[in-house]
Design a protein around this ligand. Sequence first.
Ligand code: ASP
Length: 426
Amino acid sequence: MKTKNLSLKIVIALILGIAIGSIFNIFAGSAFVENVDKYLFNVIGQIFLNLIFMLVVPVVFVSIVLGVVGVGDPKLLGGIGLKTITFFLTTTAIAITIGLTLAMLLQPGAGKSELLNSDDVSSYQQTLNKENSAQDSAAKQTFDQTLINLFPKNPLQAMTEENMLQIITFAIFIGVGIIMVGSKAQMVHKILEQTNEVLMYIVTMIMNVFAPIGTFGLVAHAFTGAGFGAIQQLGMYFFIVLLALVIHFFVVYGSAVKLLGRTSPLKFYKEFIPAITLGFSASSSTATLPVSLECTKKMGVRREIASFVQPLGATINMDGTAIMQGVATIFIAQISGVTLSFAQIITVVVIAVVASIGTAGVPGVGLIMLAMVLNAVGLDPAAIGIILGIDRLLDMTRTSVNITGDAACALIISRAEERKLAAKNE
Ligand code: ASP
């Protein structure tokens, strides 16, 4: 992947997609627009997405096994794991604090109580009422169940269901097994290394050949459907989420990369553009994984660290999602005429951190998990219906933030390990 050329092509495709999609949105309903959207934009976008998705499970599995074997020492792996989780939790808490603070200062819901009477609220209530709805089960996943579900009964089922946490657990066991068995498992190790080479070649090829056109299709389709029109009424809410995302993306990650990773943030962002744009067009942290792993490889992040940190991050670290959940909670409290107490604000922080961990890295799940946060402070989850219409555009942006946080973490831990190694060798 020649990052510079490819990034430029993808960014141009993205801008074209936004422009053409937004124009098409104005003429929504015309047969021409509907046909082009359905048979062209959506088809090329989905083919591109499927091609990338096709690689997610094998890439995650193989790269984690190799990562564990590369670290070579289960104890060291534990140390890296602890640092990773600490980074994830801290940045997510910072993210939600930025979102909450901006929303409390700028009051996006002030004087907008009429929104509660809209049809969107009653129709979302119906969705919530549906027994066994995906919403229900996702938001009501209890702590004990979450813990039990980390361990797959059937690893093949975990793979077919794309259950990332279970795949990670299984891969860690296989990796530890290969270390312990040693020379007798040399062949398995070799095969996985060669498989990894092949998978990475396919990622690069798909990106080089399809990324610009695929990105165009995905973004044009999303904007034809959503457009900017829906944003007007909820402009302030939209703007605050976006502002918080931008602050977190540049200020928090930028300074973490500079101060903790001792790397130029500009270089970091530049190398990561293909992943950022794919995150934006696909709205899925999981789908972006093969490409974001390839980008951090180019930055010189140690393989064994990236391949462990990034898949875990794509599954549990969602700073952008936490920002949206914080702003949305304050927004809904304001339109409902409720002032949250300090204790309730702390509850929002804690629950949003948990909810973003539980959010799967696929489109739209962050909004579903918002129900959990609203329930915790006694707000009506049906109010989610109000922001549903504009969520797609925010989902695209927050997904880019989500994956950048994972890459920043991988880079920082990798650089710290390198410094440790260098000090040892002196
Ligand atoms: N789409 C987001 C992601 O994949 C999750 C969400 O906030 O809905 O990271």
